[in-house]
Ligand binder design. Structure first.
Ligand code: ZN
Ligand code: ZN
Ligand code: ZN
Length: 222
């Protein structure tokens, strides 16, 4: 009987050791796999961060536009269908649709630049637009700056890039909005929405990409 007990004990011990060994091996395989996946994950996240950093303003704009179009459409369907043309004005009164005033609270809205008009045909249009912001701050400056005529003219109008499109003289004012870090002034292309840093690069962009004629001086700088 003792012999049998010893035999059983030995067999059990051997089997237990074998099973535990197998479990340990499996776990260490999993651990290796996990750490490999984690590294891969980190690498891809860094890659994605990089891509997003360069692409995000554009993506946000597109998103916002789609979303807005969707809202406009549903708004239209909601009101337009039951009251005929009566509610057309309500749809246009929607602040998202209206282009008549700059986006206020620019500092809270990272997407303000899409709502913000950057291209004008006259100095008066520009001043009227820039001053119409309810908060009375310059809509083109990230730092709170009063939208005084002196500021608007000196910082934006005089630095504007002037060009002719189909014979119409237009100009794009520079801004330092949230779209780009470091408070660097930049120009928003009114045609393709690209954001360009240097004035000369923006001029090249307008003439090469969009075939506009760059004008050096404006007639109404006075
Ligand atoms: Zn400003
Ligand atoms: Zn901007
Ligand atoms: Zn462009």
């Amino acid at each position: 009987m003792d012999e049998l007990r010893v035999f059983v004990c030995e067999r059990l011990h051997a089997i237990t050791t074998q099973i535990l060994g197998a479990i340990e091996k499996t776990i260490s395989n999993y651990e290796e796999e996990t750490s490999r996946l984690k590294e891969e994950n980190d690498r891809q996240r860094a890659l994605l961060d990089n891509v997003l950093k360069t692409k995000i303003p554009r993506i946000k704009e597109d998103d916002e536009l789609c979303h807005r179009r969707y809202l406009d459409m549903s708004e239209w369907e909601k009101h337009g269908s039951d009251h005929g043309t009566k509610n057309t004005s309500a749809v246009y009164a929607n602040p998202h649709v209206s282009d008549s005033s700059p986006a206020c609270g620019a500092r809270d809205a990272p997407n303000h630049s899409i709502d913000l008009q950057h291209v004008f045909t006259s100095r008066t249009d520009f001043l009227t637009f820039a001053k119409s912001c309810d908060c009375r701050d310059c809509p083109y400056c990230l730092n709170r700056t009063q939208a005084t005529e002196t500021h608007l003219i000196k910082k934006h109008f005089l630095c504007a890039v002037r060009f002719a499109e189909d014979g119409t003289e237009k100009f794009v004012v520079p801004c330092t909005c949230k779209d780009r870090i470091q408070n660097r002034s930049h120009w928003h292309c009114p045609t393709c929405r690209k954001i360009i840093f240097r004035k000369c690069n923006f001029e090249v962009h307008l003439s090469k990409q969009h075939k506009y004629t760059i004008l050096q001086e404006s007639q109404d700088t006075e």
